[in-house]
Design a protein around this ligand. Structure first.
Ligand code: SF4
Length: 252
């Protein structure tokens, strides 16, 4: 038998996996966190996923064996599998094989990505993806660069439009950080972008938190936002109102 993309053995680097409820797609999710990410978001709470070498070499079959243990539960709970990171599109063949295998099992699939490496996702990968959780880090090139320290917004916009053309549902996520992403013009640009993508079903505004600070300390890294406060109620209200102006009822 000739190996197809779905059956070819693929080894990826997996940081960890876990179950989550309500935050990584609909229902209860099996979330696989792949190791490696090209961005260095100032607010990142998982710097331990930045390098592929931080993960464990794992074959598709090994991870599917874990997923199979929860298959029945995930289906009954209206959930599925989310491939996250790090940045899963830094390992496109592994991500594609996982998504395709999950679809064969009739599990709902979600891809959690910044879209920065969207051109790594081929059509087969997208055909096996029921939902994309798309992180829009900021709404202009300058703000995106400042937020991610390495990235550029244009690939995310191109990826979002490609998803829309293929009718792939999107949940947009935007991390609100006082002094970094909260400028009215930046929020307005993110809201306008989300409003302009026809398959966006939901927008989540995630308030910045400092829960990852201990990981930076453990890695001997400086947490760039150590002195940054969490968003207060006034800021959350203002941002919610800005999204409403674009016809979006953002979840916070
Ligand atoms: S894309 Fe995600 S994992 Fe990568 S640096 Fe940003 S927040 Fe961290």
């Amino acid at each position: 038998m000739t190996a197809t993309a779905a059956t070819r053995p693929v080894t990826g680097s997996v940081h960890s996996f876990d179950l989550s409820i309500g935050v990584d797609g609909p229902g209860t999710r099996f979330v696989a966190f792949l190791a490696g990410c090209p961005l260095r978001c100032q607010y990142c709470h998982s710097p331990d996923t930045w390098y592929r070498g931080n993960g464990t070499p794992t074959t598709t079959e090994e991870l599917m064996t874990e997923i199979r243990r929860y298959e029945r539960f995930l289906k009954v709970a209206g959930g599925g599998v989310t491939i996250s990171g790090g940045e899963p599109l830094q390992q496109p063949a592994f991500t594609r094989s996982l998504l395709m295998r999950c679809k064969e099992m009739q599990l709902h699939t979600a891809l959690d990505t910044s879209g920065y490496l969207g051109d790594q996702a081929d059509d087969e990968l997208l055909a096996a993806t029921d939902l994309v959780l798309l992180d829009i880090k900021s709404g202009s090139e300058a703000a995106y660069r400042k937020t991610t320290r390495t990235g550029s917004l244009a690939p995310t916009i191109a990826f979002a439009h490609r998803l829309a053309q293929r009718a792939v549902p999107i949940w947009v996520r935007f991390v609100l950080v006082p002094g970094l992403t909260d400028a009215p013009s930046n929020v307005d640009a993110v809201a306008a972008l989300a409003a302009g993508i026809p398959t966006v079903e939901r927008v989540e505004v995630l308030p910045f938190h400092r829960l990852g600070a201990a990981k930076y300390a453990a890695l001997g890294l400086k947490f760039p936002l150590a002195g940054t406060p969490v968003p207060d109620a006034d800021l959350l209200r203002r941002v919610q109102a800005q999204f409403r102006e674009h016809g979006i009822d953002a979840y916070m």
